[in-house]
Write a protein that binds this ligand. Structure first.
Ligand code: SAH
Length: 303
């Protein structure tokens, strides 16, 4: 169990705050201890500085007394209180804003009330797997998928390196009859993906019969029996990095059906040529590109 943290706080002129910091170090040093962390910061339109001293456990009143005595601040009006136990994960999630990309609206659970009736809404909370939609590469892939919404009707889709499962879910929502496979080298990502399918009322397919939904696979690249039953894929999304995309260019191109579409991302604009060359050499051609900041998504087709 982690101990309850405490905070001593109050307001002081800048010079007194500086003195406290020095004394804290000096007194802690005398007993061979690390001093607790002290920070002080200016307050807008106020002459006094805000001082905070953090104790990782119950505060050391001996140290506090010695510090205030030496600083001549025994009558300083300050507070000592335990720090409210916050759920830092959900606090940081609240900082994420919804992302709109093409026909998709990706939001965290704290923004559930903002879901849009005219969009395909997908709820993804920031967690242990990449893919909240905040990153340019994910948003660019969502935009590319959106572009294909009217022109493509894939029976089989692969999302290679699914992370949170956001792209697999996007494909599943666009084409509910398709057999989607979501794979990742990281088993934690696959667990997160499973949870996100559930949260978004998606269908998980557990076998390779002719049913629709998302099948999950933990696999490194494509050399895995998990893919055999669904090969070849009419659409593949792979938002990984330029290096692995080049390394896997033969496998990815080979897994794509003739006439199939491929969305590649995770590459920087500066890496476009080397990635494209690897795929053109395998018979694919470029259909479009989506730039977001310094990142890029490529739309390719086979045949
Ligand atoms: N598809 C999501 C996540 C992209 S992050 C999105 O677009 O936001 C890239 C993911 O690829 C990570 O989850 C990582 O674990 C996975 N990955 C990296 N190398 C891989 C490989 N060789 N095979 C399968 N997955 C891989």
């Amino acid at each position: 169990m982690t101990e309850q943290s405490w905070c001593l706080s109050g307001e002081l002129p800048f010079a007194a705050a500086e003195t406290l910091e020095l004394l804290l170090e000096e007194i802690a040093g005398e007993s061979g201890d690390f001093p607790p962390t002290l920070s002080y910061f200016e307050q807008k339109d106020l002459p006094l500085w805000r001082v905070e001293i953090f104790f990782p456990a119950a505060p050391d009143y001996g140290l506090i007394n010695a510090m205030l005595t030496r600083a001549g601040l025994l009558d300083w009006d300050h507070d000592i209180a335990p720090i409210e136990d916050k759920d830092w994960v959900s606090e940081s999630q609240k900082l994420l804003h919804p992302v709109e990309a093409g026909c998709f609206f990706i939001y965290g659970s704290h923004d559930a009330d903002k879901a849009k009736s005219m969009s395909i809404n997908i709820q993804i909370d920031a967690g242990q797997a990449f893919g909240t939609g905040q990153h340019e590469t994910t948003a660019a892939c969502l935009e590319a998928l959106s572009d294909y919404s009217t022109t493509l009707k894939p029976n089989t889709v692969l999302d290679l390196g699914t992370g949170s499962g956001v792209l697999a879910l996007a494909a599943h929502k666009l084409w509910p009859d398709a057999k989607v496979t979501a794979s990742d080298i990281d088993p934690i990502a696959v667990d997160v993906c499973r949870e996100n399918i559930d949260i978004n009322s998606g269908t998980i397919r557990t076998d390779s019969k002719n049913n629709a939904g998302i099948k999950l696979a933990v696999a490194d690249g494509l050399d895995d029996p998990a893919f055999t039953d669904d090969l070849p894929f009419d659409l593949i999304t792979a938002n990984i990095l330029a290096g692995p995309l080049i390394d896997m260019s033969a496998d990815i191109s080979g897994a794509l059906a003739p006439g199939g579409a491929l969305i590649l991302s995770g590459l920087l604009c500066t890496q476009e040529k080397e990635v494209l060359d690897a795929y053109v050499a395998r018979g694919l051609s470029i259909q479009g590109r989506i730039e977001r900041g310094e990142w890029l998504a490529l739309k390719l087709s086979k045949g």
